[in-house]
Each structure stands twice: as C-alpha cells, then as structure tokens.
Design a protein around this ligand. Sequence first.
Ligand code: GLU
Length: 306
Amino acid sequence: MGYRGRFAPSPTGPLHEGSLVAALASWLDARAHRGAWLVRIEDIDTPRCPPGTDEIILGQLAALGLHPDEPPVWQSRRSARYQAALDRLVSADLAYGCACTRAEIAAAYERTIGPRPKHGELVYPGTCRNGTQGRPARAWRFRVQGQVDWQDRRLGPQSQDVAQAVGDFVLKRADGLWAYQLAVVVDDADQGVTDVVRGEDLADNTPRQIALQRALGLPTPRYLHTPLVMAADGHKLSKQNGAAAIDLAAPAARLREAATRLGLRGLPTPEDVGGLLAAAVTAWAASIPGVTGEHGAAATMPQSPH
Ligand code: GLU
C-alpha cells in the first residue's frame, strides 16, 4: 500500500507554534514519500471543543499551504465505528464494563497498590476485571496484557509494560464519550494510515494503541514522534499554558521557524509558502530515516528537552 499519513488536531483551540511543528512534520513526511496527507478533526471530547475551532484550524492549514489530499474526517461523526470496535472487543472478552467511580478507583489503588501519585493517571487496579458484582457498568475498559515493544523512527526501540504503566485503560468513558485511544486506532485503520507522525508528548500512548490494534486484528502503522516545542517556563507549549495562535501575517516565516525546530537547515529566507515548502521537503527527505533508508534522525532532529 502507498504511504498515507495524517494530522489529527483536537480542536480545543487554534493551531499554535507547537501544533504547527506536528502538522508540518506529518505533511513533509507524506510529501517526501509521495504519499497522501489526511486531516482528521479529533473532536470526540466535544465539551472541550469550542464550536468553530475546527474551521479555524482548517483555515490556518490552508493559509500555510498545507492542503489535505482528501476531505477532512470528524471523529464526532464516527461513533458507530467506535461502537462496532468496542462490541467486537467485548464479545472477545478483551474489554469489559466497569462500575467504579473515580473515588472508588483512588481508594482501591491505595488499598492494593500504594499511596497515590500526585500527578498523572492512576493505574486501574483491576477491580471490575472479573465482573461488576451486579452493579451497572459506567465505563468500558480494555483488558491489558503484558508488554509492547515498538520502533520509533526518531526515538529508536521503545518498550512499555502496559499493564504496569497504565493498567486496563478506558475505551468508553462514564460520561458516554469515546476515549482517544480507541478512536485513533479505529480511524487510523479505517483511513488506511501507514505512517503516524505526531508530537513526542503522544509517544507513551503508542503502546496502548498498538495493543488495541493487535486485539482488533488491525495493522500497526510506522511511528515518528517529533520534538516538542517548549514554552519559556520549560513546559511543553500547549493551549493549556496559553500558547498563542500562529500569526499568519507572514505564513512562510512561521513555516520556516517550524521547519527549523524539526532540525531542517539551509532553508531559503522565505518569500512565499510554496518555495519554502518545496525546500523543506527536500531537506526532510535528505535527513529523515525511512525516506533515505538511513537511521540518522536522532542526530539531525533536535532532542526534546526532558
Ligand atoms: N488529537 C491529538 C492531539 O491533538 C493527536 C492525536 C494523534 O496524532 O494521534 O493531541
């Protein structure tokens, strides 16, 4: 199958410098492979997506010369596909209903695992693994088994014991919303995505997604996680810490900055978007593994500060 890549923004706010790096990297990789580049609007967490933000993002991409090869897809219109995947997992006993409230999970965690960590998600202690004891199911969880090893085109060999790191994770939330992990796996497969290029903050979700792909009998795409853009305070630049929307008065200059963050050198001082993008494709193709067949990406792409 030919190369198919995608950019999958959550429309919780307009694109900022950090999300532009992920958008550009996925576009460059698709172009360097002479493949298709798709855009998927990840609006399943509808309460967090202000109306109209999807159109703002699509307008920003167009202004930057990043045009999808197929009409965009909206996750909020694809519930039936997610339900079908969940039904398959439940009938194979690879997913189960969970009756626990958040407070119960925290209490069970402290009882069975130990003091609860201050940050991050709690590992689900498995309370409802063998049934809900007659209580109604609120959420649906994936029955996690063992370790997932995978290869990232930039980060190299990766491994995660999913059971230990996250436990049986949620596929459908108690509020009825679909979890990102399930939606992304179903969509990448339905769209025939062969290559996922996205920010490094998502790298630790990859083992969960691979586990789901295997459970559903779906192919695993190749993965490349790009360096993160840090805010002045040392945190990842994100909408949550107030990253500003990209200033589109000089789109070629914004693209050049994003390309530089991806480690691309020798780009012309841009006058126009088309010229800058063409030069960036050439530079990307010369430096990124999987295009030239070399594995020197770590040397050319900057490492994210940790
Ligand atoms: N929607 C996710 C985000 O904006 C990205 C998902 C992905 O690329 O897999 O963070």
